[in-house]
Design a protein around this ligand. Structure first.
Ligand code: ADP
Ligand code: MG
Length: 311
C-alpha cells in the first residue's frame, strides 16, 4: 500500500461541514469560519516510548492524541471544526492503521471534528495533530484573565491517569481507560466561555497548570483541598498519596477556570442542576502570589509545583 492509498483507505472521509470549502486531497484545506468568530489553533505531538508505551493499543493512541488537542480547544472555549494529522509510521501495518482510524474517528465523530488533512511519513512511531476550532470574537478564554476574588472552578476529576501510570498492568480496566481515553470537556468549555475570566486545561498536574494562569494573570490562589474532585479509585489510597496524585499527577485533561462572584451566581441560576454539577468550586484567586491550600478547617499552607516538564 502506498502513501496515497493509505490516506484514501483509512483517513479520507466525506464531510458536509459548511465551513469546510476543501478537505483532504489538495495542497491545503480551505476553511471559512462563521462571520464574527475567531479561529483557535493548537497542536500536540505524541512520541512512542515518551508519551505512550509501545504496548498501547493503536485505537487508544489515536483517541488520546486527538483528545489532548480537543482539551486545548475546550480550555479556550472553542468549538471544534477540523484537524490535521501528521503520522510517522515505521511501516504501513494494516491492522494498526485500521485500529488507529477506528479510535480516531470514534472520538472525532463524537466531538464533531473533521479530519481535513495531514502528512504521512515513515519513521519511528509519532503522531502530531493540529486542531482548529472557532470561538466568538473576543470570547476566547485566556490564561491571562484571572482576577483577585475570582472563584476557581474545576471540571472533571483528578489523579486517575497518574494512578493508572503508577499501577501499570495492575490497574483496573476502568482506570486504564481514564489514562488512555480522556474525554475532553468541550460542552463545559463552551459554557465557560460565556461566564469565565480565564481557563486552562489540566494536562501537567493541577498545581502546574493553575500556576500558568497565576503567572499570566499576576495573582495567587487559595485552594480548598477537601473540595477537589478526586477520581473514585483514589479513595482506596492513603489521603496523602491521593492528594499527591491529585495536585501533581498529569494527564487528567480536566479544565480549570476562574470567574467573578456575580458570574458564578449567574451560572448557578441559569444552568440546569445536572449541568451545573460538572463545575466544582475549589478555591479563590487572591492578590498575594503563590498557591496555598487547606483541608477542612485547618490553616493554609504553601503548595509547591512539581508537575511534569519535558526538559
Ligand atoms: P503534499 O505533497 O502537498 O504534502 P501529500 O501527498 O502529503 O500532499 O498529501 C495529499 C493529501 O492528503 C493532502 O491533502 C494532505 O493534507 C492529505 N493527507 C496526507 N496525510 C494525511 C493523513 N495522515 N491524514 C489526513 N490527511 C492526510
Ligand atoms: Mg505531504
Amino acid at each position: 500500500m502506498n502513501e496515497f492509498q493509505l490516506i484514501q483507505h483509512y483517513f479520507k472521509r466525506a464531510s458536509q461541514a459548511d465551513w469546510l470549502r476543501l478537505g483532504i486531497g489538495d495542497d491545503a484545506a480551505l476553511i471559512q469560519p462563521q462571520p464574527g468568530f475567531e479561529l483557535a489553533v493548537c497542536s500536540d505531538t505524541s512520541v512512542a516510548g515518551r508519551h505512550f508505551s509501545p504496548h498501547t493499543a493503536a485505537a487508544d493512541i489515536a483517541w488520546k492524541s486527538l483528545a489532548v488537542n480537543l482539551s486545548d480547544l475546550a480550555a479556550m472555549g472553542a468549538s471544534p471544526l477540523g484537524f490535521l494529522l501528521n503520522l510517522t509510521l515505521p511501516q504501513a501495518d494494516e491492522q494498526f492503521l485500521s485500529d488507529f482510524s477506528q479510535g480516531l474517528f470514534g472520538l472525532a465523530d463524537q466531538s464533531g471534528i473533521a479530519l481535513i488533512g495531514g502528512d504521512t511519513t515513515r519513521g519511528p512511531l509519532a503522531i502530531s495533530m493540529t486542531a482548529l476550532g472557532q470561538v466568538r470574537s473576543g470570547a476566547a478564554l485566556k490564561r491571562s484573565g484571572a482576577q483577585a476574588h475570582d472563584h476557581v472552578l474545576l471540571v472533571g476529576d483528578l489523579g486517575g491517569a497518574a494512578l493508572a501510570l503508577q499501577q501499570g498492568e495492575a490497574a483496573t480496566a476502568s482506570l486504564k481507560q481514564r489514562l488512555n481515553r480522556p474525554q475532553p470537556f468541550l460542552a463545559e468549555g463552551r459554557i465557560l466561555s460565556e461566564y469565565a475570566h480565564s481557563a486552562v486545561d489540566v494536562s501537567d498536574g493541577l498545581l502546574a497548570d493553575l500556576e500558568h494562569v497565576l503567572q499570566a494573570s499576576h495573582c495567587g490562589a487559595q485552594l480548598q483541598l477537601d473540595q477537589l474532585r478526586l477520581h473514585p479509585a483514589l479513595q482506596a489510597l492513603e489521603p496523602e498519596h491521593a492528594l499527591e496524585l491529585a495536585l501533581h499527577g498529569g494527564d487528567d485533561y480536566a479544565l480549570l477556570a476562574t470567574l467573578s462572584d456575580s458570574a458564578w451566581q449567574a451560572m448557578q441560576q441559569t444552568l440546569p442542576a445536572d449541568v451545573l454539577a460538572n463545575f466544582q468550586p475549589i478555591g479563590r484567586i487572591v492578590r498575594q502570589h503563590g498557591i496555598v491550600g487547606r483541608d477542612g478547617g485547618g490553616q493554609y499552607r504553601p503548595l509547591s509545583v512539581h508537575g511534569y516538564t519535558h526538559f
